[in-house]
Design a protein around this ligand. Structure first.
Ligand code: NDP
Length: 301
């Protein structure tokens, strides 16, 4: 990816293009594995009818098939007892044609998500939420799986040639799916890491004082357009993980998608900035495919 020094405002980081490049790399690796008799397989399990979740799982299956993998979606009814879901996971854990297992969240209220995620074999947990993978990420063991959204943010930085070494990074948000694993990734030694990381959250005193001194700001707080340009140091890199619907009567859908960053004001001061949509979002599925192909490679090794 090239840097454009002639632009007045920050360079827009094109997540669609980077995700496409990652998916092309994955497809090449799938072809190489198939030549050795291994077809990487991703099985997505969805429980219930939540329309947003149904659309996410469709995209995941489509993307895995496009990359040449065996993509499968197993749909269970909302009333499925947890024991039945666990028995299915046991079967998938034992199936050598399944290399990656993902149980779509949220699960129905009668299920305990923590127990379900612990049931997935860590070497097939391509979502990276099993405590074994969380631990491997923290201690820097490379054969585990990092959660796809923060891994996608790191991939964007690396592929745009944005150096992270010694940089002050401020992450806003400390969830288990974004903020905490993001901090684990960026503090590790090596390419795409070696950052000095600060993690802010709802109890942080004076959030702007932290973001204003950051070389890289990563917004994952789930509050639309709350990180504004005056909170960004001129020349900083701004990564917006947030994605929310806000009412917009001028849009034919009646809403539009916005991030946690106020794009217009932040783009005026940032050196690089991700848009919403089209920034971090497309990276999540690309990294899921990347994790799955590595799971298949590691299983075949
Ligand atoms: P959570 O709601 O789980 O976590 C939000 C975090 O932000 C919490 O740690 C919370 O602090 C912190 N926070 C909330 N308000 C403030 C505030 N005013 N100041 C500072 N910190 C605050 O959200 P997620 O991590 O799941 O998601 C964050 C955003 O990213 C959402 O918009 C979500 O839709 C989006 N997302 C996008 C993905 C993608 O693009 N593929 C994937 C996952 C998420 P505390 O811990 O104290 O409550």
């Amino acid at each position: 990816m090239s840097h454009d020094s002639t632009m007045q405002s920050g360079q827009r980081i094109d997540g669609v293009a980077v995700a496409r490049a990652v998916r092309d790399d994955v497809a090449r690796e799938v072809a190489a594995l198939k030549a050795k008799g291994i077809t990487p397989g991703l099985t997505v399990v969805i429980v219930g009818e939540d329309p947003a979740s149904q659309s996410y799982v469709k995209s995941k299956e489509k993307a895995s098939v496009e990359a040449g993998m065996k993509g499968e979606t197993i749909r269970l009814s909302e009333e499925t007892p947890q024991a039945e879901l666990e028995a299915l996971i046991d079967r998938l854990n034992a199936d050598p044609t399944v290399h990656g297992i993902l149980v779509q969240s949220p699960l129905p209220k009668h299920m305990d998500a923590n127990t379900v995620v612990r049931r997935i074999a860590p070497n097939k947990d391509v979502d990276g939420f099993h405590p074994v993978n969380v631990g491997k990420l923290l201690i820097g063991e490379k054969d585990g799986f990092a959660p796809c959204t923060p891994a996608g943010v790191q991939e964007l930085l690396v592929r745009y040639g944005i150096s992270t070494t010694g940089k002050d990074v401020v992450i806003v948000g400390r969830s288990n799916i974004v903020g905490k694993p993001m901090a684990s990734l960026l503090m590790q030694q090596g390419a795409g890491g070696d950052c000095t990381v600060t993690v802010c959250h709802s109890r942080t005193r004076d959030l702007a004082a932290h973001t204003r001194r950051a070389d890289i700001v990563i917004a994952a707080l789930g509050r639309p357009e709350s990180i504004t340009g005056d909170m960004i140091r001129p020349g900083a890199v701004v990564i917006d993980v947030g994605i929310s619907r806000v009412d917009d009567p001028t849009d034919k859908r009646g809403y539009r998608l916005v991030g946690d960053v106020h794009y217009e004001s932040a783009a005026k001061v940032a050196s690089h900035i991700t848009p919403v949509p089209g920034g971090v979002g497309p990276m999540t599925i690309a990294m899921l495919l990347k994790n799955t192909v590595r799971a298949a490679r590691q299983a075949g090794a």
